[in-house]
Design a protein around this ligand. Structure first.
Ligand SMILES: [Zn+2]
Length: 325
């Protein structure tokens, strides 16, 4: 059964390996997994760190600023997309279906934190024109736009710049993502928007009290707006004793959210990190090639065929269609 994955860090992997002199990274390292896991579409979210030290394990360049890393990542990824016909950039739901039918993998481009924006509101228009259709204002830390879940001193929520940026994203028609938002940022975003909001890669806090997971009232707020929540396969967000986590525990998060608000608000946002650290994987859902194990686990926790199909694909596409057209 085809799966839409709302969150992957693949662009960072491309940028790193291209920086080391490799090429055709998607075909060499990712395509086989996408095929085995029946990954039919994805959001490629671009993350660059606020400070290089936060990402010394992931990035080749030890001296680069966030802005420099962002430019290098853009350049390397766009060249890979152009030179190798593995994925195709999609701009809306119709593109996703058309590219999928043609046998390629459609990707929506997104941002995981606006650290490379140098506090400039106009960057959101620049990135929209480059094809980006999704964004989170922050990663875990805070920046000029908002507080992330691990804010430094105080949870400030959205700054005035953050408010303007979120409003601009909504008027342009971009997916607004709260997966890394602090509590105050989350509710500020709800206050200044009216359309669907997504949490691309977060689970239920009631089952695992990691700060990146969603409280019941947040889950209800996302559902009331017709948004969607992508189930995150990283073990630290599945079980409080992370070493016990399996794909079946992940399916329990889907079951919990569906029981709280309905299955139409659950989706997939696996957040695979196997290409950075192969030991990080959760048993049963170690990499994109294992995505069908999650589909099976959804049946095991009592979802019907139609509900599983909705969680795997239709719910994500419903929100993408509503926001992007
Ligand atoms: Zn993330």
């Amino acid at each position: 059964m085809r799966v839409f994955d709302l969150h992957t860090d693949t662009m960072m992997d491309i940028a790193n390996k291209v920086g080391k002199g490799e090429k055709d990274i998607l075909a060499k390292y990712h395509l086989q997994h996408y095929k085995e896991g029946e990954i039919g579409g994805q959001i490629f979210a671009m993350w660059v760190p606020k400070k290089y030290e936060d990402a010394a394990d992931y990035f080749l360049e030890s001296d680069a600023t966030s802005q420099e890393l962002m430019m290098r990542m853009l350049a390397r990824c766009f060249k890979e997309f152009r030179d190798y016909d593995t994925v195709k950039i999609a701009y809306n739901a119709e593109d996703i279906e058309r590219i999928y039918e043609s046998g390629q993998i459609p990707v929506l481009l997104g941002f995981e934190g606006f650290y490379g924006f140098d506090g400039e509101l106009g960057m959101i228009d620049v990135m929209y024109d480059l094809g980006f259709r999704h964004g989170m204002l922050t990663w875990n830390d805070d920046n000029e736009f908002a507080s992330g879940v691990e804010f430094t001193d105080e949870d400030k929520g959205l700054s005035p710049l953050g408010v303007e940026t979120i409003k601009r994203m909504e008027s342009l028609g971009m997916l607004i993502d709260v997966s890394h938002a602090s509590q105050k940022t989350f509710w500020d975003i709800m206050d200044v928007t009216t359309g669907p909001i997504i949490a691309s890669h977060s689970n239920a806090w009631a089952l695992c009290n990691a700060p990146r997971n969603l409280r019941d009232e947040q889950i209800r707020a996302i559902a009331e707006r017709g948004g969607v929540i992508g189930m995150n396969g990283w073990k630290g967000f599945i079980c409080e004793d992370m070493e016990t986590a399996t794909v079946h525990d992940l399916a329990r998060h889907a079951r919990y959210i569906a029981d709280l608000v309905g299955p139409e608000y659950v989706a997939c946002g696996f957040d695979f990190s196997n290409y950075f650290d192969p030991t990080e994987g959760t048993p049963g859902i170690e990499n994109a090639g294992k995505s069908q194990n999650f589909v099976q686990a959804l049946f095991d926790v009592g979802f019907s065929e139609k509900e599983v199909q909705a969680i795997a694909w239709d719910n994500a596409l419903r929100v993408i269609k509503e926001v992007l057209g």
